[in-house]
Design a protein around this ligand. Structure first.
Ligand code: BEZ
Length: 240
């Protein structure tokens, strides 16, 4: 009997260029990531159409689409179902499902059909210990240069936390715009972390308390960054 060997594709990592692909979606063909350059994107997978956790997630994603767009972030979904299943499921969501006060929800972002699992495999979304026939709930946050900046994988049974997905996009944009880092549970308006001092002199000066910073020790200093400044910076219109 012939043995078929499937060579595993390496998992994409933070800092890698987002693997390129062309596919069919509910909004027409997609050329990823090229057609999204200049915008942030959340590329996410779900296990299957017509399933409850996925339905709750799609309704939530679609309801938040404008808020993601306000920070120049597009949404792109994927499952290993076919296009007609996607279309029928999204129509059912719009016409029949009311969830937590959200109803008549139209999913306007593209949902990729991936019946060959080619894209799902490229992105490490098929994790056989969990399921070899369905994608796990993967989230790839990709920046305007097409670089993967954050990755989260959730199992089939666990719906995503959308506050956290928004927080990730806003925190990464803030870190890029202000050359800072963001501490645990950071939200716009909270203090941010200044990069480590490059020399003993700079560290001593910071520790002296004369600068507009709070230093917990020589390696851990924060400064204020107002919510207004964060939001007015990241919510600017993208450059054409
Ligand atoms: C769900 O979305 O409800 C689901 C999908 C696949 C496996 C388990 C749950």
């Amino acid at each position: 009997m012939e043995t078929v060997t499937v060579t595993p594709t390496p998992m994409p990592r933070i800092g890698d260029k987002a693997p390129a692909f062309k596919a069919v979606t509910t909004q027409g063909p997609i050329n990823f990531p090229d057609q999204y350059l200049g915008r942030w994107v959340i590329l996410f997978s779900h296990p299957a159409d017509f399933t409850p956790v996925c339905t709750s997630e799609f309704i939530t994603f679609a309801s938040l689409e404008k808020q993601f767009a306000a920070v120049n972030c597009a949404l792109v979904g994927l499952s290993v179902d076919g296009l007609f299943s996607h279309i029928a499921w999204l129509r059912t969501i719009k016409e029949k499902i009311e969830y937590k006060g959200m109803k008549n929800v139209e999913v306007k972002f593209p949902l990729i059909e991936d019946i060959t699992m080619e894209v799902a495999r490229k992105y490490g979304m098929i994790q056989p210990g969990e399921s070899s026939t369905k994608a796990v709930r993967a989230v790839f946050v990709i920046d305007p240069k097409g670089i993967i900046r954050a990755i989260i994988y959730y199992p089939l049974s666990l719906g995503r936390n959308f506050d956290e997905l928004q927080r990730i996009v806003v925190a990464l944009q803030t870190a890029d715009a202000f050359s800072i880092a963001t501490p645990a549970d950071w939200r716009p308006g909270d203090d941010v972390i200044v990069p480590p001092a490059g020399s003993c002199g700079v560290a001593k000066e910071r520790m002296s308390g004369k600068q507009d910073m709070k230093c917990y020790d020589w390696f851990f200093c924060t400064k204020k960054l107002s919510k207004e400044k964060v939001l007015s910076t990241i919510m600017k219109k993208p450059k054409k």
